[in-house]
Each structure stands twice: as structure tokens, then as C-alpha cells.
Design a protein around this ligand. Sequence first.
Ligand code: BES
Ligand code: ZN
Ligand code: ZN
Length: 495
Amino acid sequence: MSLFNLSAIKLKDLPKAQDAYIFGIFSDTGISAKFKSAHPNLCKQITLAMDSGEFEAKLNQTLVHYMPDCETSKRYIAVGLGDSKNFTADFLRQVAATAAKKILDLKLTSFAIEFMGESNLAAADAQALAEGLVLGSYRFLNYKKPSDDYPGIGSAVVITDSAISKALDYGMQIAAGVVVTRDLGNHPSNIATPSYLADTAEAIAKLGGMKIKVYEREDFEKMGFGGIQGVAQGSDVPPKFIVMEYLGGGPKAKTLGLVGKGLTFDSGGISIKPAAGMDEMKFDMLGGAAVLGIMSIVAEIKPKLNIIAVIPSTENMNGGEAYKPGDILTAYNGKTIEILNTDAEGRLILADGLAYITDKYKLDGLVDFATLTGAVVVALGHRYSGLLTNDQVFADQLIEIGQKTQDRVWQMPLDDEYAEDIKSKIADVKNTGAAREAGTIAAAAFLREFVKEGTPWCHIDIAGSGWLKKGRSYQPEGPTGAGVRLIMELIRSWE
Ligand code: BES
Ligand code: ZN
Ligand code: ZN
């Protein structure tokens, strides 16, 4: 949950004394003339702090002042905005998160926030500010008793003179979707089961007037979903294959396809994972959770285009009927798969998802999200998601949006010849590439076999970007919500 409710207000309408009043200062241009004339005493203090070198207004630096006889607030918190020449909307996302965190650290519950000395915010800045406040104050407290650590949900008001309340609302809606994804990821696998994901999808569908169909284990055989059927065999927890249809555009509107890996716990199966860190494999459903986060925003804002979402969801366990190395599975498009490692299960459930969605729908673009390979963490760390594609124009669009939103993606090659890495001697393909060679690319080359020819497709591997052991800025530790802001901006550009 986010710990602050947000609203926009004009300075003259600020209702009551706030616990704190937060403002930003650039490191190069310093305090604005307008702010100086409005707060002369405060500015003397800040100038002292800046002249002494104790506060340089570096990005995310903070400075707290206590003001005795001030009606607006007892506390003023200056936040560094860094160099004005480098300023981007993401700086605002960051400093808003820094501000919210400072408030939480001080155990306060209400604050007003303005930036750049009361000058007007652009819409993109206002959106980023709202996102930063909500995302930076996100904490997952569902399984904790109420404690003194957090005094409860507080209120934040954004001081502005310009008509940015729409952009603030939009930022809050986007952030709320990211929160949906983070919450789904944080819930443990005994709560966030495939049924839980299906129930969440049902609730979202109801809210957004979407159609939904959930296929059960009993349906897999007749549907030809041999990939998810094989993976789910080792678990008694019922698997689900979720299909959501949002038809918000007219006949000429574009249709976007989304597929998310909803693996609610990955033990590795018979090719079992080491014990250390296995708890983190509750996060192996973050691709599916990103798609649900996106659909939850879509349900609210109702964009004018069509979106089809598919989330194959199961555990990967080693029960008595578990699939085994050497087994052969047949995916929805009829291709046979030799299993050489049961821990490479994500690509098997995605195979059915990708084959199904491209068979049933004519898509203008298809994006899949998956915590698919450890190799992408080795290659890119935790900052960028890996992107692989069969369509450079579509990929370029996402790469650019990734830079704009700072929900970043980095492309890896996927030349046709990588198909050789996944050739099997006894089936059409095998579910592993060459040992320790280009694991992320081999996985994508495998997925490509299940995307119907002619569909522009991007695969996004979020195994590194999906969650953080050590939080930063507006991404506290745990699930980040990678992919949600990226796709929401794509949707906006497609409308
Ligand atoms: N869910 C994992 C990928 C993963 C690993 C995500 C670490 C996040 C952190 C996936 O199912 C997996 O186990 N992949 C294997 C594939 C290999 C056996 C070909 C991997 O990457 O080691
Ligand atoms: Zn695995
Ligand atoms: Zn997995």
C-alpha cells in the first residue's frame, strides 16, 4: 500500500497547518526569487546552510528546518533537485520519493509539497511527482501487526498554481497499478496462488467491463495446452490459464496483446533449485502481476484501444506426477518440446500463452513479461529489463518509451541463427540452450517458435528488474512493478 493520499491545492487554499512543508532547490540556480520573497527568514537559514557547504542541493539531499511561529508548518524540508541543466521528470519522481521517505522517517502524517519555487509544473512533471510520492512511500505491511513504525495513512497536498490536477490524478492512477503489481508479488505463494491471480483478474475485469475466461487443469488436454499442463503436473495447487479481453477501441483501433508469466512458486521441479534464496521464487509471477497491474489501470482509465491479456499461472513443484527431464510436451501450436531441465519452465507455460493469443487474435503488437532467466541478471543487473524482438520498429518504440518513463529496457540480439541453440534431436525444440551460453537469448529464441508469424513481438525479461534486494528512490526493496509504467505509456501513444 501507499502511505499517503494525495490531492492538489493552491497555496492560498492550504487548509490547515501541515506537519511539514517540502520544497525543492536546484544546486546551480539556488533559491528562486519568488520563493525568497515569500519566505525571507527561511531563505536566510538555507543560504547559511548552502554557504557553509552543508547543503548543496544535490539530487535527493534533504535539509530540515523548524519554524516556531509559522502558520503553514512547523517544519520546512528542503530537497535538492540537482543541476537544473540535467533536470528531467524522473528527477522529480525521485525527489518526491525522497520527500515521502523523509516524512515516514520522521513519523509524520501530513505534508504539503511544492517544487522549483512555486513555478508551474508541466503535466509530465506533475505525473512524475505523483508517481514518486505514491511509489516512494510504498510499504508492504499486510502481515505485520499495527506498529509505531508507521503512523498510518497520511495526507499529502501538492501546492500548485497551474491546472495540473489531471496530470496528478493520472500519475496516481499509474502508481496505483504499480502498487497492484507490487502487492501481488509481495504476497507469499501460499496466498498468491494461481486462483488468487484469477480472482484478481475477475475483479479487474468486472470493474473495467472486460470479458474473462479462465481455463482449468481439466481443460488443458482438450485445449492443447501441453506446456502448462506439463509444468503443473507436479503441483496439487490448481493451475489457471487466464484470458482477459478489453475492447475499448472502435473497429479501427489497434489491438495490443500482453502475456505474463504467472509462476507462483518456482522450486525448479525435479531439476530442483538450491535452498539458498529459494524463497525469492515467489516472485516468479511478476510478469503476470505486471499484466494485472496494467489491466487494473486500464479498467480505471478506459483507453480507446483493445487489449488482450493472457496469464498462464501455476507452481513448478516436484510432486509424484511431476514432469521430468527427457519428457516431451506438445504446446498449443503443435510443436513438440524435449524437456532437458524442469527449471526452464517459464518458457513452457509462455509457449502456450503466446501460441494461443497469436492464434485467436490479430494483434498490432504483442509484449510478454517474464522473470525468465538468471542470465539476464548477469548481463544487465537490476536496472534494465532485457528486450528481445522479431520486429525492430516495435522494439525501438519500447526502447524510447523506456528512456522516457525510466522503466528501462535494453535490447539483446535475436538473429534467426539462434534457433540452432534450441534444436532437439528427438523433438521440434528443447527447453534449454547451450550450457552457460546466451541463456536469455536462447529462452527468447525458444519463445519465438510459438509466436505466429507476422505478429510484431517483444519479449521482456524482468528477472533482474522485477524485484530489488536493496531498494532505491521510488523503488523500495521487493517487487518494483517493472513493465507497468512502460506499457501504460505505450498505450497512451497508441490511442
Ligand atoms: N524463474 C527462473 C529464472 C530466474 C532466476 C529469475 C533467478 C530470477 C532470478 C527460471 O524459471 C529459471 O529457473 N531459469 C533457468 C533456466 C535454465 C535452467 C535454462 C535459469 O535461468 O537458470
Ligand atoms: Zn525455473
Ligand atoms: Zn521460473
